[in-house]
Design a protein around this ligand. Sequence first.
Ligand SMILES: *[C@@H]1O[C@H](CO)[C@@H](O)[C@H](O)[C@H]1NC(C)=O
Ligand SMILES: *[C@@H]1O[C@H](CO)[C@@H](O)[C@H](O)[C@H]1NC(C)=O
Ligand SMILES: *[C@@H]1O[C@H](CO)[C@@H](O)[C@H](O)[C@H]1NC(C)=O
Length: 274
Amino acid sequence: MKAIAGCLLLVLCSAVECSWATWECKEAPRLYSIRQIDAGMGQVVAATKYGRPYQLSGRYWYSLGLSRLKHVSVGPAGAWGCDSSNKVYKLVGGNWKVVNGQTLQQVDAGGDGQVVGIAPTTNDTYCQTAKYAGSYYGEGTLAWTGLTKSLVYVSCGKMYGCWGLDTKNRTFVAKKVNSTTCVTEGWTLVDGPAMQMIEVSTDGEVFGVTSDGKVFQRLGITDSLREGSGWVKIPMCMPISHLTYDLNHLWVVTTSGWLLQCTQEEAAPPAPPA
Ligand SMILES: *[C@@H]1O[C@H](CO)[C@@H](O)[C@H](O)[C@H]1NC(C)=O
Ligand SMILES: *[C@@H]1O[C@H](CO)[C@@H](O)[C@H](O)[C@H]1NC(C)=O
Ligand SMILES: *[C@@H]1O[C@H](CO)[C@@H](O)[C@H](O)[C@H]1NC(C)=O
């Protein structure tokens, strides 16, 4: 505890690396054995390495439904997850209902109502349209649309498309994914370090965790430049294994299992001379 307290104070951007703003991190409510986290629309959900889904309420984590899930996601399409045998689930009436149809090893509900995910073994990427993703309540079978790319991780925002990692852990962006039809105009390679995960927040911010646990934010993303203009490193005092972002809260999971909550403040102008 002592070590982390001392360390947290140092989790600030250096003036050189981001002179326009700084991130300040503090310890978030602890969830033992946290493995994965996702925030969207003000809510925060997580899964532990024992496959238990949780949601954050105030200062405490509470179990979310009764199923065992390895990965959970929350966004405009609701709360979705998948279990260790890659069955897909949606939160319906406070508990998890199996979504019949496609098996997926990772799902993301952060898009504009659509849900995306990656099939086991083939790594084929699939999309569920906003209409069916939003209204599914556990009956019937959903047919998924291919997103024409093999990926190992995928995440969508509401505004500027979806980002993913291919099997070589290179970053790609699908600048346009139609949430009504799940039709994409193809994927564009984004230069940068090899990533182990990528996160697009519902409000369109993009963050990546490199293979060696460093955190980068993609800057310069606009409607007309959806791939953005460059990566900027966000210094962290410990290696990171997972992160998520929503509404000015960056949540990072360290490889040693701590959860930090970082917020960004506009850099104060230099104090005038006395
Ligand atoms: C799927 O991705 C995994 C890495 O996560 C890789 O080992 C495997 O070869 C990929 N499968 C195909 C068919 O590309
Ligand atoms: C999505 O596709 C539908 C059907 O082709 C089209 O009417 C709609 O305008 C598209 N939406 C966007 C945002 O391009
Ligand atoms: C590549 O990405 C996958 C999926 O997120 C991750 O499990 C794996 O550790 C990554 N590999 C490297 C070398 O970063």
